[in-house]
Design a protein around this ligand. Structure first.
Ligand code: XMP
Length: 519
């Protein structure tokens, strides 16, 4: 539950990895946009149309071909509804296909950068240069235009790189205006949103935050609110916002699962309780987590056990404190949206659902004030609430913690080795001024043993891998080549200071094909 906003722009998701980016770009322009799956019922697809609050639709890209059996589609009445539509990639092809044009496999696939040449500087391309770079990702192309449409732009390989039927306010671009590699992508989206749809700027995070606070304040009159915190950015900001709204009618609960980094339980408590004045209940449940993980080596089984144990511990703790009417958690928009690209790591989803079900069965109502927000929007709210910068800029840390960074069984000895190595990585990366420039930088324990010489003796000890990546959103990532002296210092410190490690290796794989975590 949370205050509901009326979307002016609705993004219809056909499964593109960029769907969320489209909605974010529109919001960055100050216009509230939401995402719905392509198979949404008519009432959802067109909600707000009759009242005039919905101003336009954007059809996302998608991995399929429109002419394949069972390819995603929308009810064709939408083209007659008088609402402006912008189709992107698959979205353009779907419009062509449904409106009487023809889409065929192209002679060559076009992936990556291409130069677009504008033929008609119609609304979308007004005042843009006649040629510029765009980002393409498609195998099909429009062979025959639907009646009423004209080509607006082409590339060398694609005769129809953009089209329009301005009379019906239907537009399409074969390239991706939402990605940073398309020059003027934001301008093209803005032309559609403002000039074609006539949307007004209505999305102001500071105003939305005030609405959230007022709403939580009203709810807190009905009963006390429990907030689950992990120490990460989202739940910390949530706890701070709820504290602002509900004061002592809220309590944050932080469960130590025994899989946290060195000094983390203390740091999280100090941040929340001492620096932000948030009432906090801390539970050290390390033993039960480690007990249940004993002998387990399969990564997905580790995740399941950790998720289920968290639910058990949390519910038990909650019962022991005092009755709460509400349970709040920092679920974000990407966790909610039913998009192929937004399903995220399965454990998060599973734990989330398990916890929500358990909480409901105890008679508590679930509050998810950040359900409409993207992570960068939560960071902006954090700034508005005066949350310290170092908390806002913490690197993401997975729910299953160090368990998925120890290959094989999680034991207290292995945890101790990884914690010590990881603490050195973090300290050196911070000292070198790299911490905030990286998406994640951490150590992984590979518990195979290799031979080494230390002093005059041969050693036979474990390997630490360094995983250091940059990324925009965790969906794709690239490894980072740190300065050699920093790498040397890091490595030397790990093998000298961490007992049980005699070798350090560097992971130089991007995502895809590898993932960021090792399990
Ligand atoms: P991968 O390893 O899939 O990670 O490239 C992408 C991002 O998600 C985080 N991650 C997780 N977060 N539970 C979480 O809460 C998980 O099971 C999990 N697995 C990966 C990872 O740290 C990275 O930021």
């Amino acid at each position: 539950m949370r205050p509901i906003r009326k979307a002016q722009i609705r993004v219809v998701d056909f499964g593109s990895q960029y769907t969320q980016l489209i909605a974010r770009r529109v919001r960055e322009m100050g216009v509230y946009a939401e995402i719905v799956p392509y198979h949404s019922p008519w009432e959802v697809l067109t909600a707000g149309l009759a009242e005039g609050t919905l101003r336009g639709l954007i059809f996302s890209g998608g991995p399929q071909s429109v002419y394949q059996r069972g390819a995603p589609t929308v009810c064709p009445e939408v083209y007659q509804a008088g609402i402006p539509i912008l189709g992107i990639c698959y979205g353009l092809q779907l419009m062509a296909h449904q409106l009487g044009g023809q889409v065929v496999p192209g002679p060559i696939r076009e992936y990556g950068p291409a130069r677009v040449e504008v033929e008609t500087p119609d609304v979308l391309f007004q005042e843009l240069p006649p040629t510029f770079q765009v980002w393409m990702s498609h195998g099909d192309r429009v062979e025959r235009l639907p009646p009423g449409f004209q080509v607006l732009a082409h590339t060398e390989a694609t005769p129809c790189a953009a089209f329009a039927d301005p009379r019906r306010r239907l537009y399409g671009v074969q390239f991706h205006p939402e990605v940073a590699h398309t020059a003027y992508g934001r301008d093209i989206l803005a032309r559609f949103v403002f000039d074609v749809c006539g949307a007004a700027r209505d999305w102001d995070l500071a105003a939305y935050m005030r609405e959230l606070i007022a709403w939580v304040q009203a709810r807190s009159q009905e009963g006390d609110i429990l907030v689950a915190v992990s120490g990460g950015v989202d739940s910390t900001v949530l706890a701070r916002l709820i504290h602002e709204a509900a004061g002592d009618r809220m309590l944050a609960v932080f469960v130590n699962n025994g899989l946290l980094r060195q000094g983390e339980p203390e740091a999280v408590q100090a941040n929340l309780r001492d620096r932000m004045g948030i009432p906090l209940h801390y539970v050290d449940a390390s033993e039960i987590f480690l007990e249940r993980l004993r002998g387990v080596t399969d990564p997905e089984q580790k995740r399941r056990i950790i998720g289920d144990t968290f639910v058990d511990v949390f519910i038990q703790v909650t019962r022991s404190i005092r009755p709460f009417q509400f349970f709040a958690q920092g679920t974000l928009y990407p966790d909610v949206v039913e998009s192929g690209a937004s399903l995220g790591p399965s454990a998060v989803i599973k734990t989330h659902h398990n916890l929500v079900e358990a909480v409901r069965s105890m008679g508590m109502e679930v509050l998810e004030p950040f359900r409409e927000l993207f992570k960068d929007e939560v960071r902006q709210i954090a700034r508005l609430l005066g949350i310290p910068d170092d908390v806002i800029h913490r690197q993401p840390f997975p729910g299953p913690g160090l368990a998925i960074r120890i290959l094989g069984e999680v034991t207290p000895e292995r945890l101790a080795i990884l914690r010590a190595a990881d603490a050195i990585v973090e300290a050196e990366i911070r000292l070198g001024g790299w911490y905030e420039r990286l998406w994640q930088s951490f150590a992984v324990l590979i518990p195979v043993r290799t031979v080494g010489v230390m002093g005059d003796e041969r050693s036979y000890a474990h390997v630490i891998a360094l995983r250091i990546v940059e990324s925009q959103d965790g969906m794709t990532a690239d490894w980072v080549y740190l300065p050699e002296d920093l790498l040397r210092r890091l490595t030397a410190r790990i093998v000298n200071e961490v007992r049980g490690v005699n070798r350090v290796v560097l992971d130089v794989t991007s995502k895809p094909p590898a993932t960021i975590e090792w399990e």
